[in-house]
Design a protein around this ligand. Structure first.
Ligand code: AMP
Length: 303
């Protein structure tokens, strides 16, 4: 069954120390949906303007991404611009132009309401909640967020966390939301806010998974070691899409073992994402490339 993905669809301008790319395909839902599509069918909910290039829609269709939930509105597509600093870990947002995103209200076609697995990719927490309100009975809800919502919509975010099975966020966001510098303490504090599981991403240093079974319910997933990073944009969204897509394709109940596998696959997909701008690396990727890198990661971290 399809995984439902809701989030932003954007035209991104990205500057790294080495190069700049203008108005390329981006947005949390674009990255997440393409990542999830390696494992099975995807239903996408989002909004674009009339200026959204047909070639990007074609890319979604080629990857069996159902676009019945995509709204095309009069006006311009959401635009975002960011610049990475020398370490490629930190970035400054240069511009956020909401355009059609400003009045976006995600509406689910009837068939989407039955989805078992839903990924609430990064958008305002009130919109993420509106999606859940329309769903019949999702078995597993994955949610991502960002520093902006922790700053300006904390109450909405805290309410949403009570309805989430897996919260995904990065180290900086975990510290910001909990006020704890130590990430183990922060992970446990996040569990206490409502989600059953927390995946705490640490960029090139991997990901920590906290579960509901007490202090021993913990998994550390290494990041695949990359000698060169081109553009980290979307790595978090690709990770989330990979996790949700893997769980949907695995079928049945979400077990701790499946969740670990899903996190490893999400990490590997994110490692591909950062090797090129926009979705360029994922476009040319095959499932066999993913499986080979998951196997390599397993060898590298076994002892
Ligand atoms: P990440 O690198 O995982 O933080 O995600 C980057 C993506 O987030 C870019 O493709 C942007 O288009 C998108 N983005 C940036 N700001 C927002 C926002 N306020 N709401 C939704 N998506 C955003």
């Amino acid at each position: 069954m399809s995984v439902l993905v809701v989030g932003s669809i954007a035209l991104d301008t990205v500057k790294t120390p080495a190069a700049e790319r203008r108005e390329q395909l981006g947005g949390s839902a674009s990255y997440a949906a393409i990542a999830a599509s390696f494992f099975g069918p995807v239903s996408l909910v989002g909004v674009v303007g009339e200026d959204f290039p047909a070639a990007h829609l074609e890319l979604f269709r080629q990857r069996a991404i159902d676009l019945a939930g995509l709204q095309v509105r009069p006006g311009r597509t959401f635009r975002w611009a960011g610049e990475y600093h020398a370490d490629l870990n930190t970035r400054t947002t240069l511009c956020t132009e909401l355009n059609v995103f400003e009045t976006f209200s995600p509406e689910l076609p009837p068939a989407y309401r039955e989805a078992r697995i839903v990924l609430l990719a990064n958008i305002a927490p009130s919109l993420q909640a509106h999606v859940l309100d329309q769903m019949r009975r999702p078995e597993f809800v994955v949610a991502d967020t960002m520093n902006l919502w922790i700053d300006i919509a904390r109450a909405d975010l805290l309410a949403l966390l009570k309805r989430v099975d897996l919260l995904i966020l990065n180290d900086g966001e975990a510290r910001q939301l909990t006020g704890h510098d130590n990430l183990i303490v922060a992970g446990r504090a996040l569990l206490a806010m409502g989600p059953h599981h927390v995946a705490l991403k640490k960029g090139e240093h991997g990901c920590l998974l906290f579960g509901p079974g007490g202090d021993g319910d913990f998994f550390s997933c290494a990041a695949y070691p990359l000698p060169e990073v081109c553009d980290p944009t979307g790595a978090g969204d690709v990770f989330a899409g990979g996790v949700a897509g893997f769980l949907a394709a695995a079928g049945g109940a979400v077990t701790p073992a499946k969740l670990r596998q899903a996190v490893a696959h999400g990490s590997v997909l994110a490692s591909f994402d950062v090797e090129a701008f926009s979705l360029d690396r994922l476009r040319e990727l095959g499932r066999e490339d993913i499986d080979a890198r998951v196997a390599a990661l397993r060898r590298l971290t076994a002892f």
